[in-house]
Design a protein around this ligand. Structure first.
Ligand code: SF4
Length: 385
């Protein structure tokens, strides 16, 4: 899971293998990925996996990571986390046989940079087979095991590291992702020959990085690239999209936009919006660090105020005001009433009659498909036939 201080980290290999210029851009501008809450949750989950057993699981629930695991974080260990990590430990156990060798958090020198190490969550060697199991605790980005370069790099590095102590060569490899919060548990099996091809592929990419780096814009590699806000290739591609689309307008300046022209421009919206947001965040940080950003300045937003402790506030206020002055009664919401009415057939209809529904809002979404059925007669308003 951790890649030590490797310059070319296995966890970022899907980026640097695709876009061989990215590493140089990141280093020249000191743009390392920042820690996030999700990353810290991952660290806590991995640390928990190392100490959690069937007997002690209840002792962790509700404690902070600092208290329970000695990690500098106030993240609370929830029952959900304990459940997921127990499931992960069970999954690992299912792959262990009597003659297996199990390595937890094994730090193996990276085969392409032996000064640095990559740490695999679990490596299990059973005869001539090696399983590499990676725990992913994130839930929003679903990770695939197929041709997963991070796991392949771990596999090659671990095999290089342990094989000299083995009697036989490893000839099959299982790559596993265990991603409980996304309900995603893919496995991808490889032969030794495939692994050898991958070794060459990684070394080729590194040769390109060192000798003839080039940009390659793509969703997969750009998504988590620390240089995505300043990247000239991405900017060039997006500016090209915008200018290409607007060129049509220059050629026929007097004609109103057609449906095709507008659809073609709006279809690029997601990437253009994401690009603007990345640049905005970059500018915000620059301003925050004291750089003057032309046309912008930092401004405090309005503050929200709330009671620190509602019970304590209520007790104090009641000494000075009447109950009616300080308590606002609010009626349960219409959707909230569903829970109450459930199973009470005798009043269901009457409750429904008390509810009014807003019109469902139509949205235009990207991609081919049948249009939802629309009542044109009602929706045409003044233009109805
Ligand atoms: S944003 Fe994309 S194209 Fe630009 S350096 Fe990063 S990975 Fe390469």
């Amino acid at each position: 899971m951790a890649d030590g201080h490797a310059k070319l980290a296995p966890s970022a290999s899907s980026r640097w293998m695709q876009c061989t210029q990215s590493q140089r851009l990141i280093e020249e501008h000191n743009l390392e990925s920042k820690g996030s809450k999700a990353a810290m949750e991952g660290t806590v989950a991995h640390a928990l996996a190392e100490v959690l057993t069937e007997d002690n699981s209840y002792t962790f629930i509700g404690r902070s990571a600092k208290d329970a695991l000695n990690i500098d974080s106030n993240i609370l260990i929830s029952s959900e986390m304990v459940r997921h990590i127990s499931a992960y430990n069970n999954y690992v156990r299912e792959h262990v046989r009597e003659n297996s060798m199990v390595f937890t958090e094994i730090s193996a020198p990276l085969f392409y940079d032996t000064e640095s190490k990559g740490t695999s969550d679990k490596a299990i060697i059973t005869g001539r087979h090696c399983d590499i199991i990676d725990l992913k605790y994130g839930k929003y980005v679903v990770v695939d095991a197929e041709e997963n370069s991070q796991l392949i790099i771990y596999a090659i590095s671990v095999i290089d590291y342990v094989e000299e102590f083995l009697d036989e060569e490893i000839n099959t490899i299982g790559l596993h992702i265990f991603q409980p919060r996304a309900d995603n548990y893919p496995r991808y099996d490889m032969t030794r020959a495939q692994l050898i091809n991958w070794r060459a592929k990684v070394l080729e990419a590194i040769d390109e990085i060192e000798n003839r780096p080039k940009y390659s814009v793509g969703e997969k590699q750009c998504r988590f690239c620390p240089a995505k806000a300043i990247c000239p290739a991405r900017a060039g591609q997006n500016m090209k999209i915008v200018s290409e689309e607007f060129k049509i307008l220059d050629e026929e300046p007097k004609k109103p936009l057609t449906i095709d022209q507008m659809a073609s421009i709006v279809a690029q919206g997601d990437e253009i919006r994401a690009w603007l947001k990345d640049m905005y965040n970059h500018l915000f940080e620059a301003a925050h660090n004291g750089t003057k950003v032309p046309n912008f300045h930092l401004k405090w937003g309005s503050q929200t105020r709330k009671w620190k402790d509602e019970e304590e506030a209520k007790k104090f206020l009641l000494q000075h005001f009447k109950l009616d002055d300080i308590i606002n009664e609010t009626l349960i919401t219409a959707p909230g009433s569903d829970r109450l009415v459930k199973g009470k057939k005798e009043i269901k209809e009457e409750v429904e009659a008390l509810i009014t529904k807003t019109e469902a809002k139509l949205t235009l979404v990207k991609g081919e498909g049948e249009n939802a059925c629309v009542n044109l007669f009602n929706d045409l308003g003044d233009n109805k036939l």
